[in-house]
Design a binder for this molecule. Structure first.
Ligand code: SF4
Length: 278
């Protein structure tokens, strides 16, 4: 059986950068998981003594705190600074961009619309940068726009992982109903590159293995895209979850991995599949 990796897979630029930053700051803490991958978080703990703090009330004074790729709300950042912690900012620059736009446009008197998921950590962070949170609104569907007390001047940004076609629906609805609409395309392409590559490979593969955290929406999406093209698609976190039966009588095994999956886990999976097939 042949094993083929998707032409684009695994860590995106923002995640690679965050891990590099964390590795350079041994004996620090991350506030919230740095990325959605528990094996990588364990490696950072064991190899670099980088701890994890889940709640703001558990942060003690004078620590070195690494801020995760998705960013954190402005008020929480202020609390960390007040406690005289050393802040090491690993927020992805593609996430800092909408944070800055929201701050600037709300200061200039625009109502701000954020296309995204209210509960997502990135969006909780982005919305917090509005000068006046009463004029900043998070929407997932264009129908929600009708209910909002928007001014005539509206600025629009998107969660980095949203689909461009869905973003356009919000753009179109706003343009038809408001005098001035400033549109900022803050979508990041990294996710789509992995998705397109997984879909292309899954069309040809007899079995697809998608490696990623079960809590990573990005990995779950890759698995679902893969499954549309190849019924025998499996989402696993690491090599211990592989089942030898999946590979019986198969000619091509495709492999893809979520944006939070490190190369060392991907390599372990490949080694184990090769072992099963020998
Ligand atoms: S997916 Fe894009 S926005 Fe998110 S961390 Fe990666 S590079 Fe940054």
């Amino acid at each position: 059986m042949k094993i083929e990796l998707a032409s684009s897979y695994g860590f995106c630029y923002g995640v690679k950068r965050a891990i590099d930053i964390a590795e350079k700051h041994q004996n620090s803490f991350t506030y919230g998981p740095l990325i959605h991958n528990k094996d990588e978080i364990k490696r950072l703990k064991e190899g670099f003594n980088i701890g994890l703090i889940e709640k703001i009330e558990d942060v003690e004074n004078n620590n070195a705190i690494v801020i995760r790729t998705h960013g954190i709300p402005k008020n929480e950042l202020a609390v960390l600074k007040k406690q005289e912690n050393k802040i090491i900012d690993a927020t992805c620059p593609y996430v800092t961009t909408p944070q800055n736009i929201v701050a600037r446009m709300s200061k200039e008197g625009y109502s701000v619309v954020i296309f995204g998921d209210k509960k997502h950590p990135e969006i909780k962070g982005v919305v917090s940068y509005a000068e006046n949170e009463n004029h900043a609104f998070v929407v997932l569907d264009k129908k929600e726009l009708d209910e909002l007390p928007l001014k005539n001047k509206v600025a629009l940004v998107s969660q980095t992982t949203k689909k461009p076609a869905d973003f356009l629906q919000i753009v179109n609805a706003l343009i038809l109903t408001h005098k001035e609409v400033r549109v900022f395309n803050t979508i990041c392409n990294a996710t789509f590159e992995n998705q397109d590559a997984a879909s292309e490979l899954a069309k040809r593969a007899d079995v697809m293995i998608v490696i990623g955290g079960r809590h990573s929406s990005n990995s779950k999406m890759l698995h679902s895209i893969s499954e549309q093209q190849c019924k025998k698609s499996y989402l696993i976190e690491n090599e211990t979850e592989l089942d030898a039966n999946w590979f019986k009588d198969k000619e091509l095994c495709g492999i893809s991995a979520g944006a939070s999956t490190p190369d060392w886990i991907i390599q372990n999976v490949i080694n184990k599949i090769q072992e099963i097939n020998n």
